[in-house]
Design a protein around this ligand. Structure first.
Ligand code: UDX
Length: 438
């Protein structure tokens, strides 16, 4: 690929979205200037070596495109080099549930008037943000281009998009055309629309996926009462193309940096406009309760959890990431400790984050060490390596071989043969009464 022919791109904020965006545009042949206010992060990225985030394929991608990638803390560098600036700063939720847009506002404030730049919003923002920004900065050329990247497959998602949504309002067509041209080689369907609709596509997509998960989780809870197996139910449902088989895996709730935040933000946004988003409110509540139902599953077999030792297998909110934001493990460990249990945990990559987030949880180097002497184990994250364990050997190490498979990842028959009492989510369970509330 000949880099010199492609226009330079600026990326503001090199968190997870920004780094993937920067690396992938460099891969497509664009010179990329990526700016972040975090000096330590920029130095780390300049030096090469370990990236600040765990994302498969990203280190190799960054390494092979180093000559087209520049990292800086100076805003003037992307401004000098590029007209198109992708805004990838984070928009965390505030106490009210609204998105915190202070970092976005700081970026907007740093753009020179009449500099010929366009700000392309990748960060997830409430619908109406583009309009609000333009009201206070009428000269700003603004494009909405929300990201649909999944952690763990973000590089592939970027390079093989199913769609690229580009929202622009009159006056910003040149910038929307430039963004479309940058994505065009990837071959995904390009959806051109207005800014507010583009913003809404992102929020509505994530809210719909979260709804699918909470729906199948509630079906799982009903399955437990009627003796059905939710994995079978989902298999049968998913063959209807109107339903589809994706996002129908019951478990102990969704987490991560997007679903919890974006569902809250959309609920809040609706409320701010005077509309009570009843369905989404329930989706969020079901997800919270789903994390807690595990406690009842343990109590069913163990009675009181006081002084019981419980091992969490996996801490990340899903496999192939070290991200623990809003992970079910956080709620679970706090609830277990609240019930008087001692919590130990093993995760293949999230250990350094866990050190900070779960200071009272003992972290083990191996699954074997985590389950030694434990009264129960809970599979929280479906790391592939958990599918290859010698479960009979692990059962022998435990004080009580009880496993709650929070992701329906393991083979119940194999676990039972290995000596375990097995509890899945929405699957026929061993002994005791079905879990009612949670
Ligand atoms: C999500 C969206 O998929 C992506 O398009 C958006 O840009 C960002 O948010 P991500 O947060 O990386 O991506 O995770 P995803 O793979 O979608 O999973 C989210 C959560 O849902 C995880 O905790 C996962 O365990 C859970 N999940 C997913 C289920 O519980 N059941 C499912 O069937 C699917």
């Amino acid at each position: 690929m000949n880099g010199s022919e492609k226009p330079a791109i600026g990326v503001i904020g090199v968190g997870w979205v920004g780094l993937v965006t920067a690396g992938c545009f460099a891969e497509l042949g664009h010179p990329v200037v990526a700016m972040d206010v975090d000096q330590a992060k920029v130095e780390l990225l300049r030096a090469g070596g370990t990236l600040p985030i765990h994302e498969p394929g990203l280190p190799e991608l960054i390494d092979r495109n180093r000559e087209r990638l520049r990292f800086t803390t100076e805003m003037v560098e992307p401004l000098d080099a590029a007209r198109i600036l992708f805004c990838c700063v984070d928009t965390p939720p505030t106490y009210s549930g609204d998105a915190d847009l202070s970092r976005v506002e700081a970026v907007v404030g740093a753009l020179p008037e009449g500099g010929g730049h366009a700000l392309v919003m990748k960060s997830t923002v409430p619908a109406g943000t583009g309009a609000a920004i333009r009201r206070s900065n009428p000269e700003l050329v603004y494009v909405s281009c929300p990201e649909f990247l999944k952690e763990g497959s973000a590089v592939r998602d970027f390079l093989e998009p199913d769609r690229v949504v580009i929202g622009s309002d009159p006056g910003a067509e040149w910038a929307a055309d430039a963004v479309a041209a940058a994505y065009e080689p990837l071959g995904g369907r390009i959806v051109r629309t207005d800014v507010a609709s583009a913003e809404m596509i992102k929020l509505a997509s994530n809210a719909f996926l979260a709804t699918k998960i909470s729906f199948i989780n509630e079906i799982a809870n009903v399955c437990e009462g009627v003796g059905a197996d939710v994995t079978e139910v989902a298999r049968g449902m998913g063959l209807d193309p109107r339903i589809g088989n994706k996002f129908l895996q019951a478990g102990i709730g969704y987490g991560g940096s997007c679903f919890p935040k974006d569902t809250q933000a959309l609920k809040q946004l609706a409320g701010n406009t005077g509309y009570h988003f009843q369905l989404l409110t329930s989706v969020i509540e079901v997800n919270e309760l789903q994390k807690r139902r595990v406690i009842a599953k343990l109590s069913k077999h163990l009675g009181s959890l006081v002084d019981r030792k419980v091992a969490l297998l996996g801490l990340a909110f899903k496999p192939d990431t070290d991200d623990m934001r809003e992970a079910s493990s956080l709620v679970l460990s706090a609830r277990l400790q609240g019930e008087g249990a001692t919590v130990v945990a093993y995760d293949p990559v999230a250990e350094s984050r866990a050190d900070q987030l779960l200071p009272s949880v003992e972290l083990s180097e191996t699954v074997g060490a985590a389950v030694a002497g434990a009264d129960a184990a809970i599979l929280v994250t479906e790391w592939p390596e958990f599918g290859e364990l010698d479960w009979a050997e692990l059962a022998g190490r435990m004080a009580n071989p009880l496993i709650v498979d929070g992701r329906n990842f393991l083979d119940p028959g194999a676990l039972r043969r290995a000596g375990f009492t097995y509890e899945g989510i929405g699957r026929p369970a061993d002994g005791g009464e079905p879990v009612a509330g949670g």
